[in-house]
Design a protein around this ligand. Structure first.
Ligand code: ADP
Ligand code: ZN
Length: 212
């Protein structure tokens, strides 16, 4: 099963991708996490991506298409995968179609702008594995440390209020059109965020017609 998680920054795509990955037994592919790892490792891709990400802009389509193409060829994706944060433009969606990747469903996570701004200020991510937390809503068991790997939790450079506003603008301009793109293909399932990550996940599974 190949799934796409669509939604504004802060909608909780990464958190839901992680839960779905465990429940469905297929890997989640987060272009944001792949890019942050590349920056940390100082790879050529990371060097190219950094200035765009810090400014809240999208990394060029050809870079993303290359990353995703390479990742999908790996063995663990044979049974399917969860695409988290990609595609983010019509060009990326078309590239996925052209590559012959069959998408089974697209979950559009809906959230108000007010809630986004509140969530982003409290967001912390694990420096080592990319898991995300929220100091208020989804705190780690031990303050400042990742539940999954014990890594240090940090605030992302692009989670400052100005950059968040820019990312929201970019989302409305570049990514929101994908809602219609996938609705036209009969793949779209809209899910409104719920009170907590488990409740939101239950709604996603229900939308997929899964009982897990
Ligand atoms: P969020 O969903 O909270 O915005 P991500 O981790 O998905 O966070 O993305 C962080 C940044 O990485 C984006 O603002 C963008 O610069 C870059 N990025 C991630 N995925 C893509 C993509 N598919 N296309 C272009 N840029 C991307
Ligand atoms: Zn971690």
């Amino acid at each position: 099963m190949n799934l796409i998680l669509l939604g504004a920054p802060g909608a909780g795509k990464g958190t839901q991708a992680e839960i779905l990955c465990k429940k469905l037994g297929i890997p989640s592919i987060s272009t944001g996490n792949i890019l942050r790892a590349a920056i940390k490792d100082g790879t050529p891709t990371g060097l190219k991506a950094k200035s765009y990400m810090d400014a809240g802009q999208l990394v060029p389509d050809e870079v993303i298409i290359g990353i995703v193409g390479e990742r999908l060829e790996q063995e663990d994706c044979r049974k399917g995968c969860i695409l988290d944060g990609v595609p983010r433009t019509i060009a990326q969606a078309e590239a996925i179609e052209k590559a012959g990747i069959r998408i089974d469903a697209v979950i559009a996570i809906e959230i108000s702008e007010e809630e986004i701004l509140r969530r982003m200020s409290g967001r912390r991510v694990c420096e080592a594995c990319g898991s995300s937390y929220n100091v208020e809503a989804v705190p780690p068991k031990v303050e400042g440390l990742c539940d999954n790997c014990g890594g240090k939790l940090i605030q992302r450079k692009d989670d400052t209020p100005e950059t968040v506003r820019e990312r929201l603008k970019v989302y409305h301009r570049e990514t929101a059109p994908l809602v219609d793109f996938y609705a036209e293909r009969g793949l779209l399932k809209k899910v409104q965020v719920a009170d907590n990550k488990e409740a939101t996940n239950a709604k996603i599974l229900a939308a997929l017609g899964l009982d897990l």
